[in-house]
Design a protein around this ligand. Structure first.
Ligand code: HEC
Length: 103
């Protein structure tokens, strides 16, 4: 029994680690199509007010992306981001937000 529990918890642990790694990789892959405008590290000044996305907290990035997707958020150039976010799932947005927050 002890042995079984040990093996089971080991399995669970590696599954969690794998899931975390997959998410991180996902965010990076998804950001590929964003880098052209925002820069590989998010430091390009794409927004009208000159604020780069580099340095933004994950929660702020996720809120902005969800807002663009729902067409309830944005500045003068929001149409561009509405197109970028239209096909993103909530998981994609979370992965992107977590990745962008590491810049
Ligand atoms: C074609 C150029 C272009 C691409 C590609 C692009 N963006 Fe943007 N992004 C912009 C512009 C322009 C704005 C400012 C829009 C506005 O006026 O609201 C913006 C705004 C943002 C914001 C809002 C920041 C804030 O002020 O809250 C985030 C976050 C963001 N982009 C993330 C992304 C992500 C993630 C991707 C890839 C899925 C992406 N962008 C792809 C041009 C682009």
């Amino acid at each position: 029994m002890k042995k079984f529990l040990c093996a089971a918890s080991l399995c669970l642990c590696s599954a969690v680690i794998c899931a975390a790694l997959a998410l991180a990789a996902d965010g990076k892959a998804l950001f590929g199509k964003c880098a052209g405008c925002h820069g590989a590290d998010g430091s390009k000044k794409t927004m009208g007010d000159g604020t780069p996305i580099k340095g933004m907290a994950a929660a702020k990035v996720a809120a902005s992306l969800e807002g663009y997707k729902a067409k309830t958020f944005g500045g003068p150039k929001k149409v561009i981001m509405e197109g970028q976010t239209a096909n993103l799932s909530s998981e994609d947005i979370k992965a992107l937000a977590d990745y962008i927050a590491t810049f």
